[in-house]
Unconditional design. Structure first.
Length: 502
């Protein structure tokens, strides 16, 4: 770990730009952190551009504009946002079928949706995403990143394979010696030097497209402003918005835990939207928070303020515009090695450890597997998360439904029988409630004690009405007692107004 990571800072100073500017030591930490992140961003931005099927400049411009914009409007200081594999995977089919202008239109619309969703409070919904879905999300992202590298390993010169192997070895062992300079950058430098010195004929970045030689400029996508265009870009825009918000808010929570501080998730959400709007109108591919680069910035380099995020974007632009001819010489084998390591580092290996799987409830494992399977099958992270959440909800409802029971507790006299209902009553658990009473054999007075249960929805009220009606048809009366205040309010408001009885 670098010395910067060991610099103690107070909780108040952690996010204070003025505090960092007044302290040469802290300012140095922020500047060096920004430079390290910028160096590490170059290969990943190019690789994500290739995954998306666009020129490297599209990803590089996106990383610059995202980092600079989010450093100003974001809600989580020191978090890095740039072009990411998640967004690249989402937009790749659109870019492949319709071209860059449609991709940019989707990024702009996605930014608008992120602003709207954040303003209406979507950040608060993060609490409803189970951990198993998050683990499945991360694992699926890792699998998709890895699989996206396969085209660069098939039908290529044999020299590509030893180059990839050397790159992987460098990135695996170098961090054990030092983390001052990012291992991916060293791997790229070494492999580039080897290919140039020995004049190896292998694919390089220059073969993938032209690198930027000037600053990004304002543009409007050249697409027809029609409903047909909207129908094409809207699904991708929604996926960009949801995936970007999900990954960004997950990363923000992770940084909160590391720094023992709190961030404004709503501001971070609409900040991501603004950053994507800026990115779209400057020709970028869109993006979101980057878990790996954020960890380099916060955990390894010790950055805590917006300065490091801002400088990461500025340094990135300086490097690619000023040194573009050199970047074009990077062999694709080096970038493949980088992305394989990103994939390996992203995957949650603990989640598939046999010991973990034995201890983990089968329902949790099923949710994770469902999230991964749908994501990989559809190549869409948003679909996987939605299916994962729905699966978790269904399994939870099923589990809770089996915790409800009806118990015969007392017979005060020959004409009275007392039942006790135990458990939470909602649509899944209350549907079977009607079959747990002896309508024929019970005496004429039935008491249902609900002091150990709770009414959560209209389905339960309708079921209680149906039970009362069935007893009434037999000439018997039902007295429901023990309801808590909220259950009484819901029962009194809905009882008798649910339509036809069961």
């Amino acid at each position: 770990m670098s010395r910067a990571a060991q610099v103690p800072v107070t909780a108040v100073e952690d996010v204070s730009v003025l505090g960092a500017l007044r302290s040469p030591r802290r300012l140095k930490t922020e500047v060096l952190a920004g430079l390290v992140v910028a160096l590490a961003l170059i290969p990943e931005a190019i690789s994500f551009s290739i995954i998306a099927g666009v020129d490297p400049r599209v990803g590089l411009f996106a990383s610059f504009t995202m980092a600079v914009t989010i450093s100003i409007v974001g809600g989580r200081p020191a978090m890095i946002s740039a072009a990411t594999g998640a967004i690249a995977l989402v937009v790749a089919p659109l870019a492949r079928e319709y071209g860059l202008d449609y991709l940019i239109a989707a990024v702009i619309l996605g930014g608008v949706l992120q602003v709207v969703l954040s303003v209406v409070g979507v950040a608060k919904l993060m609490r409803f995403i189970p951990r198993s879905v998050m683990v499945g999300f991360v694992n699926a992202l890792a699998i998709l990143i890895f699989s996206s590298q396969l085209p660069y390993l098939i039908g290529v010169p044999w020299l590509v394979y030893p180059l990839v192997a050397v790159g992987l070895l460098i990135m695996f062992f170098l961090p054990k010696l030092t983390t001052i300079v990012p291992a991916p950058l060293i791997g790229i430098v070494v492999l580039t030097a080897v290919t140039l010195v020995f004049a190896l004929a292998v694919p390089d970045v220059g073969d993938e497209g032209e690198l930027p030689s000037s600053l990004p400029s304002f543009l409007i996508p050249d697409v027809p402003f029609t409903l047909d265009t909207l129908s094409i870009v809207a699904p991708f825009a929604l996926a960009i918005a949801l995936v970007g918000l999900l990954e960004s808010l997950m990363t923000a929570k992770l940084v909160d835990d590391i720094t023992d501080s709190h961030s404004n998730k709503t501001r971070e959400g609409w900040g991501q939207g603004v950053a994507n709007l800026v990115t779209g109108f400057t020709g970028g591919m869109g993006g979101c928070a980057m878990i790996g680069q954020t960890m380099i910035n916060v955990k390894v380099s010790g950055a805590r303020t917006r300065i490091s995020t801002f400088l990461a974007g500025v340094f990135l632009l300086i490097l690619v515009v000023g040194l573009g001819d050199i970047v074009a010489l990077i062999p694709m084998a080096a970038l493949v090695a980088v992305m394989i390591m990103v994939s390996v580092g992203t995957f949650d290996w603990h989640s598939i450890n046999p010991k973990t799987l034995r201890r983990m409830p089968k329902s949790e494992t099923l949710v994770m597997v469902a999230t991964v399977a749908v994501t990989v099958a559809t190549n869409n992270l948003a679909y996987g998360v939605v299916v994962g959440v729905i699966t978790a909800m269904v399994l939870f409802a099923r589990r809770v439904a089996h915790l409800t029971e009806v118990v015969d507790v007392a017979h005060p006299d020959d004409d009275t029988r007392v039942y006790a209902v135990k458990g939470e009553l909602f649509f899944a658990s209350s549907n079977d409630l009607i079959y747990q009473f002896d309508y024929v054999g019970d005496p004429k007075n039935v008491v249902i004690d609900m002091s150990e249960s709770h009414i959560w929805d209209a389905s339960t009220v309708a079921t209680l009405d149906a039970i009362t009606t069935k007893y009434a048809a037999k000439g018997k009366t039902v007295d429901i007692v023990g309801l808590n205040a909220s259950s009484i309010e819901r029962h009194d408001r809905l009882s008798g107004n649910m339509g036809a009885e069961l």
